[in-house]
Design a protein around this ligand. Structure first.
Ligand SMILES: C[S@@+](CC[C@H](N)C(=O)[O-])C[C@H]1O[C@@H](n2cnc3c(N)ncnc32)[C@H](O)[C@@H]1O
Length: 461
């Protein structure tokens, strides 16, 4: 990636080897948040734990690491190759001017060795460090508190049953920053004050906020808020958050508890208390008891991001309020009254409403991030709901079972909403798999039933 003819500095990103399908979209989103772009050359090694990124500045690299939960560490790349010889040749070509500030006699430093998919003996590590004596290090070695830390990184592939003798790729670089992997533990749902059966895992919540490019002072909305896991992740990145849920008990933290050994929710188990637990209460706007299928907002652009996990009808029901005519006897002369009842909310309607809502209430450039359940045998890209005001940014699959998965869909508002856009996304093919009462639920459980039947048959053999 070149900027006005200038070759951009190269950085090495070491990534965690889980949630593979979400990494590219996360890094791309974060780069674009900081004004950068992902260079296409990297895409061929997409499942590798090592990615080389071209970025205009170290500041951008540091900004990215303040946000990523997929990235572990970032290094300024000084050299790389497919063999030691290639690495050394590449290091000898690295501009001396770039190295000098970190090698001077008044600095302290340390060199570490990391091998991916192989354990190296200490002796081997020292040999690898000694082999770099041609680099003009003039500072003092300080193993405890060095000013600069350098790393030799070796890639032995991703197959633990087939570890090559020699590394497939070698890198050398100056450590710049670590990513936000610690958040996965510190925000773990296991230690959360208020949880429900469908509370979103902490790592995925942060990934969703990153796909949504949430930034400080944004306003983020979750129309299916549940216990507020997605609000927490956005608030951590400095956004003001709010949500709605159709379930009164969920919004008010009442009713049965989801934790084992606890029958009823305690007095302070609610969304606000969850934000307070992490020191984020000042970012909490509120949560309302409201049906996402109903328009309750004034017509204007309100939200920087809509980030949500809608109900699929597997662990929680898909429902909405309905209107039922009921004749109420009145002493004054028999008037007709309409009361609100619960009726099934087909997924096809739910996605139609969600896209329409995002198209109307997102600011331009704002993002919608949501999960789409998929019955794998029927999946084609055409089934992904579309809207004339929203551009598809990413579509990341997470497998749930042999026949089902969920896709994290990210869309960006690219066009102002006009009345004719309301029905612009009513293409039959998109909504077909989600039409009909409990359509996804039936497919989901049909697979489970078949599997149980097969297990039974296998047992009898
Ligand atoms: C998958 S859960 C969301 C879980 C949430 N992300 C969390 O971490 O706790 C879906 C939520 O949508 C709510 N819901 C179902 N139908 C709704 C509707 N029509 N409008 C608003 N909320 C609804 C359910 O009560 C449930 O809390």
């Amino acid at each position: 990636m070149a900027l006005l003819g200038r070759v951009l500095p190269r950085y090495l990103l070491l990534l965690a080897q889980n949630n593979l399908g979400f990494r590219l979209a996360e890094i791309k989103s974060l780069l674009s948040l900081y004004g950068g772009r992902f260079s296409a050359h990297q895409e061929s090694h997409i499942n590798s734990p090592f990615w080389i990124l071209n970025m205009p500045s170290e500041e951008m690299a540091k900004g990215l690491m303040k946000r990523t939960v997929c990235g572990k560490s970032m290094f300024e790349l000084w050299g790389h190759g497919k063999s030691s010889e290639e690495l050394y040749a590449s290091l000898k070509n690295y501009p001396m001017d770039n190295m000098v500030p970190y090698l001077q006699s008044n600095t302290t430093y340390k060199i570490n060795v990391h091998a991916f998919n192989k354990t190296l003996a200490q002796k081997e590590k020292i040999q690898k460090i000694d082999a770099l004596e041609f680099l003009p290090f003039e500072g003092k070695v300080n193993l405890k508190k060095p000013e600069h830390v350098f790393w030799i990184l070796e890639d032995y592939g991703t197959d633990p049953d087939n570890i090559p003798k020699e590394p497939l790729a070698l890198y050398f670089g100056r450590w710049i920053a670590n990513g936000q992997r610690d958040l996965i533990d510190s925000y773990s749902v296991k230690k959360r004050h208020y949880i429900g059966n469908t509370s979103m895992d902490a790592c995925l919540s942060f990934i969703m906020a990153n796909h949504g490019r949430v930034k400080p002072n944004d306003v983020v909305f979750d129309p299916f808020v549940g216990t507020g896991s997605l609000l927490i992740a956005s608030a951590h990145f400095g956004a003001y958050v709010c949500g709605t849920d159709i379930d009164y008990n969920t919004v008010h933290g009442l009713g049965k508890a989801s934790r084992k050994n606890q029958k009823w929710r305690g007095p302070d188990e609610n969304i606000r208390a969850n934000l307070r637990q992490y020191g984020l209460e000042k970012y909490y706007i509120d949560a309302l008891v409201s049906d996402a299928s109903q328009a309750i907002w004034r017509k204007r652009m309100l939200f920087d991001a809509v980030i949500t996990d809608p109900p699929y009808g597997i662990r929680e029901s898909t429902r909405r309020t309905g209107l039922q005519k009921e004749v109420v006897r009145s002493i004054e002369g028999g008037t007709e009254n309409r009361i609100s009842v619960s009726s099934n909310y087909h997924l096809s309607d739910l996605f139609f409403d969600l896209l329409n809502f995002a198209a109307q209430y997102l600011v331009m450039g704002g993002r919608l991030v949501y999960w789409l359940p998929v019955y794998k045998p029927e999946y084609t890209e055409e089934i992904i709901p579309q809207h004339s005001c929203l551009k598809l940014i990413s579509n990341c699959e997470q497998t749930l079972s042999s026949h089902t998965s969920r896709h994290l869909i990210t869309m960006e508002k690219v066009k102002e909403f006009e009345d004719q856009d309301q029905y612009s996304h009513l293409l039959d093919c998109q909504y077909m798999p989600y039409k009909g009462q409990n359509s996804f639920r039936e497919k989901y459980f049909s697979g489970v039933t078949k599997r149980i039947a097969k297990e039974e048959r296998d047992k009898q053999k």
